[in-house]
Design a protein around this ligand. Sequence first.
Ligand code: SAM
Length: 332
Amino acid sequence: MQVPAKIRQAVEQQLEGLPLKQLRQAAEVLSQRYRTEAPTASAHLASDLAAAAYLAVRFPATFSAVRRAMAETADVHPEFAPVTQLDAGSGPGTAVLAAGDVWPSLRQALLLEGSAPIRQSGEPLVAASGIAAEWRAGDLASTAIPDSSEVLTRFDLVTCAYVLSELSATAQRLLVEHLWSATAGVLLLVEPGTPAGWQRILEARTALLHAGAQILAPCPHAFACPLVSPDWCHFAERVERSRMHRLVKQGDVPWEDEKFLYLAVSREERPVKPKSRVLTRPKINSGLIALKLCNPDGTMTQPGIRKRDKIYKQARRTDWGETLDFMLDNEQ
Ligand SMILES: C[S@@+](CC[C@H](N)C(=O)[O-])C[C@H]1O[C@@H](n2cnc3c(N)ncnc32)[C@H](O)[C@@H]1O
């Protein structure tokens, strides 16, 4: 996907005139940091240059992944129309901008972010979106989230994207607990699509189910995850690289695939009947489509669909991360 033109232009305006060599170095430092996934709190976005590098090379990818997770959530819960949002570890406001794109009903957002430079880079972007935003500083690992006694108003939508990996295991558990207590409607967690990201989502999933949350997406069930390590659950979103993105990354390829994973849970029952979800890019080989599915009964199956099967054409159009809109033969 492409970041919407209005947001892209606002990002490019901020990057204009910055020294390319230093931006590239800062982007390289960020990439190394994200490759290791070591919890180092917010120190890596501590300078204006680091914040600019984040906007140039990470924002398009995290925006696209978060937007996709929101679109899949909206598919499963079409009546959901959030007006208020709490976003923890907002960076430049990525999840608020994505939510505004998916849910035009959104009016107000509270953004919690520890780094001043990234807050300053996000303020004009969110202001241009028309969503009334309040930015709050503070440490998510201790005080930034109001505890449940303080949360007099809960939020329709609560989001936390690409943040858990930056916290210790204990802080992650507490944060998820606090985020859930602040959720009136839907809580969405998004993480990098790595085995470690999957483990963090599984931990949060167990805790949230225990707290009474209903899973909306991606899992079509509340049973244990049927995948077994070294396999792991993740999705991919193809992100179009802007000219600036290519300049800073020093790559010619006009796109990149952002691997991500998410969990969307709700206080209310899932409104529509769960459908199997496609767990990897379908493989098509001499007229046979091999799918890998996570099913409402908690199983993972790998059916093959042949050209002569009635559902072949529909299966051909189905992609990684989507739900099946048709029944497989054994279900008919
Ligand atoms: C990888 S960025 C993700 C930003 C945004 N959510 C996105 O998806 O683009 C993680 C953000 O969490 C913030 N953060 C990490 N640990 C934090 C903490 N303990 N307190 C407050 N903010 C924190 C960082 O400053 C950073 O902006």
